[in-house]
Design a protein around this ligand. Structure first.
Ligand code: GDP
Ligand code: ZN
Length: 292
């Protein structure tokens, strides 16, 4: 049988097999020799030991599409980042850093601005202008009023998504809304997983429906810019891409060079000032960063 690793803990891997359920599996020695450690998100083949007790052996790990380090999860199709339009006020620097990290790992991002019931039309319009060219899919929701939830559901369908966002923005409320009617299935899965729970926090996938998985990641605590040269930073702002070859100077940093097409686009309102200013700020930060 083929399934997906939902959680790994204390040498056990919890593998969810569509239409069959959750199996508690052990990985046999074969993986140790191959230097391939089973990961949450892996598609695996298992041999069932006991159908009654739902136990099995993990025998094959399918090739990975990709692998995130923080959180540790394989085969991620996209990231969902949730911010509130208000309460708490969005920290755009944090959001932009997150987008850079995802862009670097080539993970597509859906930005969900929740609590849209607290925003004016003008505020909403501004958020759209700031992020519509950032390469992300932008979505507004109100978990409280159920708005935007059907659209969000359809964006998640058939994919494995990591969800992130500061606390208080409505992640739990959103998760509740999208998993409504799924309690039976997800409840059974998490019930079994709970029995193997330790005190430390481990990453865990939630089953939301056919081929649809979500991982709730704890905050942004580990977010910092790794391994980016300031000269490369501009490539992680997709909205600059259209102007890249139009600047007077090759390798223009878009900061103080004359004849810069990005600054021209900025002056004409085709590039978000907020995004551009954050780019300049991060550029300075990387320029003065200690080299490790
Ligand atoms: P989390 O920390 O990200 O999981 O956020 P919660 O889901 O716990 O929500 C934090 C607070 O925001 C709670 O008081 C929710 O009732 C409230 N909240 C969640 N979604 C909305 C929304 O769409 N609109 C408004 N006005 N409040 C919301
Ligand atoms: Zn330029």
């Amino acid at each position: 049988m083929t399934g997906k690793i939902m959680k790994g803990i204390g040498g056990f891997y919890y593998v969810y097999v569509e239409n069959a359920g959750l199996y508690e599996c052990r990985a046999k020695g074969i993986f140790r020799n191959k230097k391939m450690k089973p990961n949450v998100g892996d598609m695996v083949d298992i041999d069932v030991i006991s159908e009654e007790e739902k136990t099995g052996n993990l025998v094959v790990i399918h090739p990975r599409k990709n692998q995130l380090i923080r959180p540790m999860v394989a085969n991620v199709d996209q990231a969902l980042v949730i911010f509130a339009v208000h309460e708490p006020e969005p920290n755009f620097q944090l959001l932009n850093r997150f987008l850079i990290m995802m862009e670097k790992q080539e993970i597509p991002v859906v930005i969900c601005f929740n609590k849209m019931d607290l925003a004016s039309d003008a505020e909403r319009e501004q958020l759209l202008l700031d992020y519509e060219n950032s390469g992300c899919h932008v979505l507004f929701s109100s978990a409280q009023e159920g708005e935007g939830i059907p659209e969000l559901k359809s964006l998640l369908r058939g994919k494995t998504t990591v969800m992130a966002g500061p606390s208080g923005v409505g992640k739990s409320s959103t998760l509740n809304s999208i998993s409504e009617g799924k309690q039976m299935e997800t409840g059974a899965v998490s019930e079994k997983i709970k029995r193997g729970r330790h005190t430390t926090r481990h990453s865990e996938l939630i089953y939301l429906g056919e081929d649809t998985y979500l991982m709730d990641t704890p905050g942004f605590s580990s977010l910092y810019l790794m391994d980016i040269d300031k000269e490369d930073l501009r490539f992680y702002f997709p909205e600059f891409g259209a102007y890249e070859n139009q600047c007077r100077f090759n390798g223009c940093s878009h900061i103080h060079e004359p004849g810069c097409a990005v600054k021209e686009a900025l002056a004409e309102g085709r590039i978000s000032r907020m995004r551009y200013e954050d780019y300049c700020y991060l550029y300075e930060e990387l320029a003065s960063a200690r080299k490790w």
